[in-house]
Design a protein around this ligand. Sequence first.
Ligand code: BGC
Length: 391
Amino acid sequence: MPSNTLTRTRLAIVFTVGFAAALGPALVAATPAWSAEGGRPSISKKHFGTLAGGEKIDVYTLRNSGGMRVKILTYGGILQSIEVPDSRGRPANVTLGFDNLSDYVKKSPYFGCITGRYANRIAKGRFTLDGKTYRLATNDGPNHLHGGAKGFDKRVWKADPFRRGGSVGLVMTYTSPNGEEGYPGTLRTRVVYTLTGDNRIRMDYRATTSRPTVVNLTNHAYFNLRGEGNGRILGHELQINASRYTPVDKTLIPTGKTPGLGGTPLDFRAPTAIGDRIDNKHQQITRGGGYDHNYVLDGRGLRTAATVVEPDSGRVLKVITDQPGLQFYSGNFLDGTLRGTGGRLYPKRSGFALESQHFPDSPNHANFPSTVLRPGDVYRTTTIYAFSTVS
Ligand code: BGC
């Protein structure tokens, strides 16, 4: 059998997606046996695993002409693998993850997932809206974290593949029923992942509600631009376009103040290696066990929030977002017990997350930008992970 035929028969389903429309669901005619050879963008689907309740989970593989290959799970909308070339063209998977569904279900510290309904913390799992107090799970000490006991990271998302020009993508949808995890309102949620020809992963979020509610969605990818499982992230040079931040109490809830970063070891306005000041005795750094802070981004609209350069590989990641905040988490709670996609253990600080978001605990801070969504309004936000290299 000629090798290309063999390759074709091994591919579960490969879609030709030339006729796909822009951002609607069910965009693609499922025409089997078409591959990305020759650098054409493609998208294919395979079975990834089965949940205890019998639900089948798929993994979609997206390729572009820029040498990227991205895998996305219907479980949690998880970015399971992001292969990116280094400055010499050699690919590596730069995001932390697992090679099997069971580890995602049982042990994942939110690797690569869509995080909601409320990414980050809500103090004491409680907020009041229009005079009514809502109670949420306290799954992080006294606080609510990342949507509760079974947040969006643990839900099964519907996925519809599409192609548009040189881009391929997935429209992920999930409807969260009224009262799920204690949140009011049926929340219809859509996240469009687009892999562009110029090595960007673009995430367009949209949500509507049937009753007044709060919402704060993000993606929780952990990155190691040396390649996942390839050591710590301390040598990565980070720059964040923020002059202020939201300092936290001992339980990592914002105090409500937004002081300037000038003169603190949390200031990343000038590119600085993550490891340079990570063990500083500044009270905020000791509270987070390293960096675990929300930065108040400068400017408005879709703008570059952060740039990370990994000097050995030459890989560069830019996080572009329209959100007001960015949580920089330096992987302090990784402890060397999780075995990642490539079979290696993940030690402390072997991945970092840059989570575009509204500020933590906004429902309890009237001075923070509002996270309230009302019926008839549309929640929309966009974040882009843009990859490139320097030599
Ligand atoms: C939080 C960390 C938390 C982590 C969970 C981050 O967004 O800021 O405090 O431990 O998510 O993996």
